[in-house]
Design a protein around this ligand. Structure first.
Ligand code: SF4
Ligand code: SF4
Length: 251
């Protein structure tokens, strides 16, 4: 019986490190020093960029995340911002109010009324999530950043202070000329056009009514004048006739 053949073991020889074929760089003595001096000279001739804050105010980009402003009128107390804030540093209190029906026989409605809106900037990490999730455009970034306090409690800004920051929010950049008109602007423009058309129609009707009233007054004046003239003429004729008759009778 033939013995099973042992698998031939293949011994791989470790690859010998081949010396680099590239020629060694020749180093000129003192070239490093020359390079360093060149950098120094280049930098010396450039304008200094040191900002002399607070003597000179920095020119910040318009989308700087300085502080958050609240436009209270747009807030519906939906609580989305407070729920999404990763630091839980937005505090909102509200109560419900019943609004009477708009038309007789309608249904009463309830709405949320804001009692408190505050942001604790000692906890805020300026992530901007609250501004992004607000569905009613009630929160905005302001580039103001000078609101450091010595008392940490003062860093909780209540609604009045948050509203004041609103006036420092830069205006949004102009729309591209080819861009579609924003929905709210289109709605406001249509409402203004409708109102102007209604006012023009009411003015035209009033003018027509005034004209008709003036014509009626003139007709009445003319009729009265004619009647008075006729009556006077008749009376004069009668009087003259009577006088003539009496004179003939006497004769
Ligand atoms: S910026 Fe971020 S951390 Fe600050 S209040 Fe808004 S969601 Fe909270
Ligand atoms: S998400 Fe906007 S509308 Fe809702 S509570 Fe916050 S600020 Fe107000």
């Amino acid at each position: 019986m033939a013995e099973p053949q042992q698998p031939q073991q293949q011994h791989q020889q470790p690859q010998q490190h081949q010396p680099s074929q590239q020629p060694a760089r020749s180093r000129i003595p003192g070239s490093g020093l020359a390079k360093g001096l060149a950098v120094t000279l280049r930098t010396m001739t450039r304008r200094s960029v040191t900002a002399q804050y607070p003597d000179a105010q920095p020119e910040l980009p318009p989308r700087t995340r300085g502080v958050i402003g609240l436009f209270e009128e747009n807030c519906t107390v939906c609580m989305l911002c407070a729920r999404e804030c990763p630091d839980w540093c937005i505090y909102i209190d509200s109560h419900k109010e019943t609004v009477p029906p708009a038309a007789p026989g309608g249904r009463e409605r309830s709405r949320n009324v804001l009692d408190r809106f505050a942001i604790d900037f000692s906890l805020c990490m300026y992530c901007g999530i609250c501004i992004e999730v607000c569905p009613f455009d009630a929160l905005f970034w302001s580039p103001e950043f000078e609101y450091a306090e010595t008392d940490i409690h003062e860093l909780t800004h209540e609604r009045d202070k948050l509203r004041e920051w609103m006036w420092t929010v830069p205006a949004p950049p102009a729309l591209d000329p080819a861009a579609e008109e924003p929905k709210e602007v289109a709605a406001a423009r249509k409402a203004a056009e409708k109102l102007a058309a209604q006012e023009a129609k009411a003015a035209a009707e009033a003018a027509e009514a005034a004209e008709a009233t003036g014509a009626a007054d003139n007709a009445a004046d003319n009729a009265a004048d004619n009647a008075a003239d006729n009556a006077a003429d008749n009376a004069a004729d009668n009087a003259a006739g009577n006088v003539a008759g009496n004179t003939e009778g006497d004769a």
